[in-house]
Design a protein around this ligand. Structure first.
Ligand SMILES: [Zn+2]
Length: 685
C-alpha cells in the first residue's frame, strides 16, 4: 500500500492523529486520493436541522442552533469533504456574525462557515502553502481547540469544529510555516508512480473504465465498501490496543535519534502506531507499527540540514528501532554498513549548526547557550562543497523597503499599501450594498445614530439604532508582492569585488522579501542570452542558492534580460492576477549584445510594471547609463550603496541600531534556509 493511502486510512481510524500533509509535484493525483478517502469514512449521525452537525447523544452545549432537547430527531449523513479555497475570506472560513442585526434588532445572527461544515468530516486545503496568513492563524486556532470562536465588537459565537485536516502542497512553490507544519500529524511524499507495474495498473484501469464505465464503477464500489467495513472494524478495535512501556521507550528512542523538538512527535507516533496495530488486527503495538508510524510522523519534525533530501533515512530508523527482541543498539553499532553511522552523525551535526542560528526564536535559553558555544571556525568545514568555485556573496545588510506605488489588492504581506479586509482601520464608511455590513465600525455607527434619538422617541438610556446608522470600517493594510530580480552577470560586472557586493545586495533584498512574505523570481543575463534561474516562487531559500551559484562573465544582453522579465511577468499575471509585481534591475546599465533595450523598456513601462533600477557602476569614470534605463522604465533609481535601510533613517521599524554590513553572508545563507530565518535575523540584530 502506498504511503498516502496508508496515512489517510490511519487518520480515518484515529482522527486524533491530526491529519495528513501530502507533498508532491503537480499531477500526482493527490486530490483524487483525498476524495476517495471521504467515500470510505463512516457516516455520522446528526441532529436534524442542526447546521453545526451536533451528534444526537452529546449535542454541543454552545451550538448556535441549540440547545437541542434530549431525544431530538436525528439522521445519519455521509462524512463530508469540505474544501477550503486558498483565496477564501475570513468570513467564509469562520462564518459571519451580523453585527448590524445585533445592534438594530437585538439578536445574534450567525451564518456558519467552512469550519462548521467540516465538523466531524475532512477539511481539505489544496496548496495549503499558498493559504493567506490570517486564514492559517484561524485554522490553527480552530484545529488546536476543536472549537471555532467568532467575536466581533462584543458579540460572540462558538461551536465545535473538529475535523481531519488534509493539505496538499508543491514544495517548489514555497514551504509551510513551522507551526502549521507541526499541526499536521503525518506527512507523505506523493510522486507519480515510477515502477512499471504501478504505471501499467493505472493504464489498465483507465482502459477498463473506458470499455465499461458501469462495470468499472461497480467493481470499485465493492472495493470501497470492503475498505469502509475494514476501517469500521479497526475503529472498534482501537480502544483495546495495548501500548506498553517497551513500545513507549522505543518511540522515545526513535525521536531522540532523529533529534525532534518537543513531545508532539512522540504523541503522534504513539497514536499512529496504535491505529496501525488496529488496522492490521494486532492486539499490541509492535516494532512494525512504530516503524510505519515513524516513517509518516517524523520527516517534517526532525531537525535537518536544508540540503538533505526530504524523507527519512530508513537505515537510521531501523538502527534506532532496534531488533524486536533486543535492546535498541547505539547508532554506531547498527546498520548494515559502517558508512551509515558516519552519515547520520554528520547529518546531525550539520543540522545542529543550521538550527542553532534558527531555533533561537523558539526558546531563547537553550539555544542562546548553544549559540554562545558555536564559533565560526567550527562551522566553516560544514559549508557546501564547491563553494570556492563561485564568487561568494559579500556582506549583507538590512534592506530598505522597496514598494510598488499605489494601492493593491494582493495577499496579506508587509510590502506595498493595499485595500484589504484584514488591515488596520483607517476610517468609516456606509456599508457597501453588495456585502451588507460585516465589519461594523461601532463608534461611527453610534455617532451616526446620535442626532436622531429625540425624533425616534428615545426616552430612557440606550441608543435607538436603525439600519441606516450602520457604518463599517475602511481598512488598509500591506500586501505581499512578486519581486522579480533581473541581475546583470556580464563581464563588466564580473570583477570579483563588484560581484560580491551585488550578490550581497540581492541576498539582502531576498531576505527582506522573505520577511515580507513576497514571492521572488530571479533572471540573469550575460553572454548571448537571459536565463530564468528561478521562476516565481515563495522559496527564498531556492533563490538564495541559485544566486550563490550564479556565474558571471561575457557580454551584456540587457534587452534580452528585459524581454525575459516581461515574458515572466505576463505569465505570472495569468496565474496570480492580484499579486502586483516589482521588477528590480541590478545593472550598470551597459548593453553590448543583442537589440537596443529602449523598446522593451518602453513596453514594460506601458504595461505599468513598477520597477527599481539599482545602479552598480563603480570606478573613476562613470557613464551613468543606469539612470537612463531607469528613466526609460519609469523606474525608481537607486545606487547600490543606498539600498541599505540605515541610509534612510525615516524607515522606522527597520532601523536596527546595527551598522550596515554587520551580518556576514555565511550567517544569512545559513539562516535563510530555516523557517525561522526572520526571527534569527531579528535575534542577531
Ligand atoms: Zn447543534
Amino acid at each position: 500500500m502506498d504511503d498516502m493511502r496508508l496515512a489517510l486510512i490511519l487518520n480515518a481510524i484515529s482522527p486524533a492523529i491530526g491529519g495528513v500533509l501530502v507533498r508532491g509535484e503537480k499531477g500526482t493525483a493527490k486530490s483524487t486520493a483525498v476524495r476517495a478517502l471521504t467515500a470510505v469514512l463512516p457516516p455520522v449521525d446528526v441532529v436534524t436541522g442542526c447546521r453545526f452537525s451536533c451528534p444526537p447523544r452529546q449535542p454541543d452545549p454552545d451550538c448556535p442552533d441549540g440547545p437541542h432537547p434530549t431525544g431530538a430527531a436525528w439522521q445519519p449523513r455521509p462524512a463530508r469533504l469540505v474544501e477550503l479555497p486558498v483565496g477564501a475570506t475570513e468570513d467564509r472560513l469562520t462564518g459571519s456574525l451580523d453585527i448590524g442585526r445585533a445592534l438594530t434588532e437585538g439578536v445574534t445572527s450567525f451564518q456558519p462557515g467552512l469550519l462548521a461544515a467540516a465538523h466531524r468530516g475532512v477539511l481539505y486545503v489544496d496548496e495549503v502553502n499558498l493559504l493567506h496568513d490570517h486564514l492559517v492563524d484561524l485554522l490553527l486556532d480552530a484545529a488546536a481547540l476543536g472549537t471555532n470562536y467568532v467575536e466581533r465588537d462584543g458579540v460572540s459565537v462558538r461551536h465545535q469544529a473538529r475535523f481531519l485536516l488534509v493539505g496538499t502542497m508543491n514544495p517548489e512553490e514555497g514551504e509551510l510555516r513551522p507551526q502549521l507544519l507541526d499541526r499536521f500529524g503525518l506527512t507523505v511524499e506523493a510522486a507519480a508512480p515510477r515502477d512499471p507495474a504501478s504505471r501499467a495498473e493505472v493504464v489498465r484501469r483507465r482502459i477498463a473504465f473506458d470499455a465499461s464505465p458501469a462495470a468499472f464503477t461497480a467493481r470499485f464500489a465493492a472495493e470501497e465498501a470492503a475498505l469502509a467495513a475494514a476501517i469500521a472494524v479497526a475503529q472498534e478495535r482501537l480502544p483495546a490496543v495495548v501500548l506498553d512501556d517497551a513500545a513507549l521507550e522505543r518511540i522515545a528512542s526513535v525521536c531522540a535519534a532523529f533529534d525532534v523538538d518537543g513531545l508532539r512527535a512522540d504523541i503522534v507516533i504513539a497514536r499512529t502506531a496504535a491505529a496501525h496495530a488496529a488496522w492490521r488486527g494486532a492486539a499490541t503495538v509492535g516494532r512494525e507499527d512504530i516503524r510505519a508510524a515513524s516513517r509518516l510522523a517524523l520527516p517534517h519534525r526532525r531537525r535537518r540540514n536544508p540540503f538533505d533530501a526530504p524523507g527519512l533515512d530508513e537505515d537510521q530508523l531501523d538502527g534506532a528501532l532496534g531488533d524486536p527482541d533486543e535492546e535498541p543498539d547505539p547508532p554506531s553499532g547498527g546498520g548494515p554498513g559502517p558508512g551509515n553511522a558516519e552519515d547520520s552523525r554528520d547529518a546531525g551535526g550539520t543540522g545542529d549548526t543550521a538550527d542553532s542560528a534558527g531555533s533561537g526564536a523558539d526558546d531563547g535559553g537553550r539555544d542562546a547557550a548553544s549559540d554562545g558555544g558555536d564559533d565560526e571556525p567550527r562551522q566553516a568545514p560544514l559549508g557546501r562543497p564547491g563553494r570556492e568555485s563561485v564568487v561568494p556573496s559579500g556582506a549583507t545588510f538590512r534592506a530598505r523597503r522597496l514598494e510598488v506605488p499605489g494601492k493593491g489588492q494582493g495577499g496579506a504581506g508587509h510590502r506595498s499599501r493595499a485595500a484589504t479586509d484584514a488591515g488596520r482601520s483607517v476610517g468609516a464608511r456606509p456599508p457597501q450594498p453588495a456585502s451588507g455590513p460585516r465589519d461594523v465600525h461601532l463608534t461611527a455607527t453610534l455617532t451616526a445614530s446620535a442626532p436622531h434619538q429625540r425624533r425616534r422617541g428615545r426616552t430612557g438610556p440606550g441608543l435607538l439604532i436603525e439600519r441606516a446608522d450602520l457604518r463599517e470600517h475602511r481598512r488598509e493594510g500591506r500586501e505581499s508582492n512578486l519581486v522579480l530580480f533581473l541581475v546583470d552577470a556580464s563581464g563588466s560586472m564580473a570583477a570579483r569585488r563588484r560581484m560580491e557586493a551585488v550578490k550581497g545586495a540581492v541576498l539582502s533584498l531576498l531576505l527582506d522579501a522573505y520577511q515580507r512574505r513576497d514571492k521572488v523570481g530571479l533572471i540573469c543575463f550575460r553572454g548571448a542570452a537571459a536565463e530564468l534561474l528561478l521562476p516565481p516562487t515563495s522559496s527564498v531559500d531556492a533563490a538564495a542558492r541559485r544566486l550563490e551559484a550564479m556565474p558571471a562573465g561575457g557580454r551584456t544582453p540587457l534587452a534580452a534580460g528585459l524581454a525575459e522579465a516581461h515574458a515572466t511577468l505576463r505569465r505570472e499575471r495569468f496565474r496570480d492576477p492580484l499579486r502586483r509585481p516589482l521588477l528590480v534591475v541590478v545593472t550598470d546599465g551597459r548593453h553590448t549584445a543583442g537589440a537596443e533595450p529602449g523598446s522593451v523598456a518602453a513596453r514594460l513601462r506601458r504595461d505599468g510594471i513598477a520597477a527599481v533600477v539599482v545602479d552598480c557602476e563603480s570606478g573613476p569614470v562613470r557613464l551613468g547609463l543606469a539612470a537612463g534605463l531607469a528613466q526609460a522604465l519609469g523606474a525608481q533609481y537607486l545606487s547600490l550603496a543606498s539600498l541599505s535601510a540605515s541610509d534612510t533613517p525615516g524607515s522606522g521599524s527597520h532601523s536596527s541600531g546595527r551598522p550596515a554590513g554587520g551580518l556576514s553572508a555565511e550567517v544569512l545563507v545559513e539562516s535563510v534556509h530555516g523557517w525561522r530565518a526572520g526571527q534569527a535575523m531579528r535575534k542577531v540584530a
